[in-house]
Design a protein around this ligand. Structure first.
Ligand code: HEM
Ligand code: HEM
Length: 184
C-alpha cells in the first residue's frame, strides 16, 4: 500500500519517517563526535560524514514534504481532545521545521567558515553563503540551539507515542510500524 489512507500510513511515509529518524539520531552522535574529537584526520572524516549525512537528511525532508503534501496523514483517534490534537499538530509541524533548519544552519556554518566538502567524498557541495567568520560563529550557535530544541522535542515525541500505545491503547504507534495497517 503506497498512499496514506484515513486510517493508516502508506509504505513511503513509514519508510521516510524511520529513515529520517535513524539518520537524525546517528547524525546527533556524529556531530558530537566530530566536534569533540582531537584535531586529526579522523576528526576531518567525522565532519565529512556529518555534513554528508546532514545533506542526505535535507534531501529526504524535501521528498518527504512533497510526498506528504499529496498524501494527507491518517486521522487522529476520535477520542483525542482538541488540546491533544493541537499539541500533535504543533509538535509534528515543529519537527518538520527542525528537519530543515538543522541541516540548513549546518550548511551555513560550513559555508561561512569556508570549509568546503564533498558529499561522501564524491560530489563537491557549493557554499550557500560567502565566507564570513562572524556569521559562522552565530550560525554555529544556532545549530547547537536547534539541536537542543530537537532533542527535547524528540523526548516529548517518543513519550507521546508510548503514551498512545501503553496508556491510551490506540493504534497511533502501531500504524507507523512496518507492515501494520492499523485498525480497520
Ligand atoms: C525513535 C522513536 C520514534 C517514535 C516511536 C516515533 C513515533 C511516531 C509515530 C507513532 C508517529 C505517527 C503519529 C500519527 O499517526 O499521527 C510519528 C510521526 C512523526 N514523527 Fe516520529 N517517532 C520517532 C522518531 C522520530 C524522529 C527522530 C523524528 C524526526 C527527527 C520524527 C518525526 C516525526 C514527524 C515529523 C511525524 C509527523 C508525520 C506527519 O504528520 O507527516 N519521529 N512518529
Ligand atoms: C539533521 C541534521 C543535523 C543534525 C541533527 C546536526 C547535529 C549536530 C550536532 C549535535 C553538532 C555538535 C554540537 C554543536 O556544536 O552544534 C553539530 C555540529 C556541526 N554540524 Fe551539524 N547537524 C546536522 C546537519 C548538519 C549539516 C547538513 C552540516 C553541514 C553541511 C552540519 C555542519 C556542522 C558543523 C560545521 C558543526 C560544528 C559546529 C561548531 O563548530 O560549533 N551539520 N551538528
Amino acid at each position: 500500500m503506497l498512499r496514506n489512507t484515513d486510517r493508516s500510513w502508506g509504505a513511503p511515509a513509514k519508510l521516510m519517517h524511520w529513515a529520517v529518524a535513524a539518520l537524525v539520531l546517528a547524525q546527533m552522535a556524529l556531530g558530537w563526535a566530530a566536534v569533540s574529537w582531537r584535531l586529526s584526520p579522523t576528526k576531518l572524516d567525522l565532519f565529512v560524514w556529518h555534513k554528508s549525512t546532514g545533506m542526505l537528511i535535507l534531501a529526504l525532508m524535501v521528498v518527504r514534504v512533497a510526498w506528504r503534501s499529496a498524501n494527507p496523514p491518517p486521522a487522529l483517534p476520535g477520542d483525542m481532545s482538541r488540546l491533544e490534537r493541537r499539541a500533535a499538530q504543533a509538535s509534528h509541524g515543529t519537527l518538520y521545521l527542525l528537519g530543515f533548519a538543522l541541516p540548513i544552519s549546518g550548511w551555513i556554518v560550513a559555508s561561512a567558515a569556508n570549509v568546503p566538502f564533498r558529499l561522501f567524498w564524491l560530489l563537491p557541495v557549493p557554499g550557500i553563503v560567502a565566507p564570513d567568520r562572524a556569521l559562522a560563529a552565530v550560525a554555529a550557535r544556532m545549530h547547537l540551539a536547534l539541536f537542543v530544541a530537537l532533542s527535547l522535542l524528540l523526548v516529548v515525541h517518543v513519550a507521546a507515542a508510548l503514551r498512545h500505545h501503553f496508556l491510551e491503547r490506540d493504534d497511533v504507534l502501531l500504524r507507523m510500524l512496518p507492515r501494520r495497517r492499523g485498525r480497520t
